[in-house]
Design a protein around this ligand. Structure first.
Ligand SMILES: C[C@H](OP(=O)(O)OC[C@@H](O)[C@@H](O)[C@@H](O)Cn1c2nc(=O)[nH]c(=O)c-2cc2ccc(O)cc21)C(=O)N[C@@H](CCC(=O)N[C@@H](CCC(=O)O)C(=O)O)C(=O)O
Length: 320
């Protein structure tokens, strides 16, 4: 199992860089930086990480094909690849509707749009010209293929990821979600005549680890509330959760009643939408994900009550 870690660039970037350096030290192989227009810029954040680290790979986890043209994304990730001496990786997803509504960007045909974007980015990174004549020149074309991951959850997006990407990052923390996703991804891989063994299935989890199980679980509750509220009824049913619980939690969040939303998060919801607890509780859960075909465990927010302490504890899980 490979291990990755996610950071949201909405805090002091120097702190994020220090945390990535610590993650590199304890054995993490990937650092994924989220991309939302209202946070600090993903590529500036990655550039700082590239300059301050030696071995960890880094990339957007995940950008989208709407806020930047494929050529701008290709130039940005090629620059990170040059700065990091070949350690860049690139995560791209369809983005989310709320973002594009706020930006006044029409969110149309996400599957076709992402397919076209990844084709152009691969062309440009290989030092070739796109159909419209765009070509990188002032930034080194990447030596060998730069791995492209897709952020995906929907069935068509998962199959598309298998077909055109080198890996997938799925916002899910429970083996049941991977049991449902893997056949779709494998269908795409087989359609493209690729080898399943070459494909990286990333579990982009809501992680909260600590020496005190209850405190670790409590730290995960607000994140779980947002995930549960955004989950379609099919996912609620998949996890055997009470029908309509997503709406109930969403109603609390919508009113700003975060205490009420957190009060609705029980152990079943925590188990469905996060990996939370002590290192001893983590190991069987990571093994359970591996059994379902997950090949990269990504520790996503909140990581833990004390992030530095939690990164070190995850290092124990990596070493186990
Ligand atoms: C578009 C959507 O795909 P989805 O995979 O469910 O999208 C949900 C999320 O993956 C998407 O919002 C991501 O961008 C969210 N996301 C992030 N989104 C961000 O904006 N920033 C982030 O940093 C971020 C990180 C992230 C990490 C992991 C991850 O899994 C997702 C992440 C969907 O509805 N897909 C369906 C519909 C299919 C479809 O798109 N049909 C097209 C027709 C086909 C065509 O497009 O040609 C249509 O609607 O017109 C499906 O896959 O079956």
């Amino acid at each position: 199992m490979k291990f990755g870690i996610e950071f949201v660039p909405n805090e002091d970037l120097n702190k994020i860089v220090e945390r990535v350096k610590l993650a590199e030290e304890v054995g993490f192989e990937y650092a994924w930086i989220t991309d939302h227009y209202n946070n600090k810029n993903v590529y500036e954040t990655l550039a700082l990480i590239a300059k301050e680290t030696e071995t960890i790979k880094m990339g957007p986890g995940v950008t989208n094909p709407y806020v930047r043209s494929p050529a701008i994304s290709a130039s940005a990730i090629a620059t990170i690849d040059e700065l990091s001496d070949g350690r860049a990786t690139f995560g791209i997803g369809p983005g989310d509707k709320a973002t594009f509504d706020a930006l006044g960007i029409p969110w149309e045909k996400p599957v076709s749009t992402i397919k076209a974007a990844i084709a152009d980015i691969n062309t440009l990174l290989a030092g070739e010209k796109t159909e419209t004549g765009a070509a990188l020149g002032g930034v080194k074309a990447v030596q060998e293929h730069l791995p492209i991951y897709m952020g995906a959850q929907g069935p068509k997006m998962l199959e598309t990821a298998g077909e055109i990407a080198d890996g997938v990052l799925i916002n899910a923390s429970n083996p049941k979600d991977y049991e449902a996703a893997l056949p779709l991804i494998k269908k795409g891989i087989e359609n493209a005549g690729k080898n399943v063994a070459d494909f990286d299935v990333g579990a982009y989890t809501a992680t909260s680890i600590g020496t005190d199980s209850e405190k670790a679980k409590a730290a995960a509750k607000i994140v779980v509330a947002f995930i549960a509220a955004g989950s379609p009824p099919m996912v609620i049913e998949r996890h055997g959760l009470p029908e309509g619980i997503n709406e109930k939690i969403g109603a609390c969040l919508g009113k700003g009643d975060f205490g009420g939303a957190i009060g609705l998060i029980d152990d079943d919801l925590l188990h469905a939408f996060s990996v939370a607890g002590t290192p001893d509780e983590f190991i069987p859960k990571v093994e359970g994900l591996a059994e379902m075909g997950v090949t990269q465990y990504v520790a996503g927010s909140p990581i833990g009550k004390d992030v530095e302490e939690s990164i070190k504890l995850l290092g124990e899980v990596i070493a186990s």
